[in-house]
Design a protein around this ligand. Sequence first.
Ligand code: PBG
Length: 326
Amino acid sequence: MLNLAERPRRNRRTAAIRAMVRETIVTPANLVAPLFVTEGKNERIPIKSMPGCARLSLDLLIEECRELEKLGVSGVALFPALENHLKDRVGTESLNPNGLFPRAINAVKEAVPGLAIFTDVALDPYSCDGHDGVVNDFGEIVNDQTAEILAKMSVVQARAGADFVSPSDMMDGRIGAIRKALDAEGFTNVGIMSYAVKYASAFYGPFRDALDSAPKFGDKKTYQMDPANVREGLREIRLDIAEGADMVMVKPALSYLDVIRSVRENSDVPVSAYQVSGEYAMVKAAAERDWIDGTKVALEILTSIKRAGADVIFTYFAKEAAQHLG
Ligand code: PBG
């Protein structure tokens, strides 16, 4: 027999003891479900590379939101899928108060007022170039003109019922511009969830299928961050909080747990992390082949994201996870 003063296994012996000493608990309240909106009635257009996810027409969107609320999920992040003929270089449709997106925001707010609505602020769903900002004749993404449009877009979304406008574009100075525009219109209660540390990641592939929003040329590396950098992320966080961000995000999540930890330790606002489409697709693909238990793997990953320091997790597993977390 070993003469051991400490036997850590004693604290793992029964389910009751394990539950008692568990350090990290993911609850449905930590989760935000991203949802894709499309025109029509009773439309559910499955997204091939994201099994279980679909573009939903407003009626089905509301049904889905009701179910999520019942399961205790705190919020939804809405993204519009627009027809190509509505797209142009400056994202004109994003400012249309009767457009698909404001109607969707309003419908969810009316039908399920208890759910927090995060609305996407960026040009890519509305841009014929598939970029998050305005592209000039040299193929450059123009910062300040884009920030101005994003500020106007935020006001349209706030008026429709957004709880948090969520700029996902990575332009410099857009948080300040948005805060100023919201306040000027009296929307001092509408928050800003900044996609502050968003990497130029290959994990976004399936999402661009979902919205048909892949860049028509080049890549997003002049605005989204280099996956190799973490200090640069802290700089982004510092600026966004100074400009008025109420929450900040790290995106993607699983390959960036060290960044989440670092952001947590260097800020005093809630930190969110976005488990993106490619992260979801990998788990689903392996689960479909019976190579892993998809739900267990998903819950393990969500726990790791929270353990790294995220308060809020944007995840396509929100519903499935909430059903199992009970
Ligand atoms: C674009 C946007 C993207 C995602 C959310 N907003 C893609 C991109 O930057 O190209 C990705 C989300 C995901 O992959 O799940 N504004």
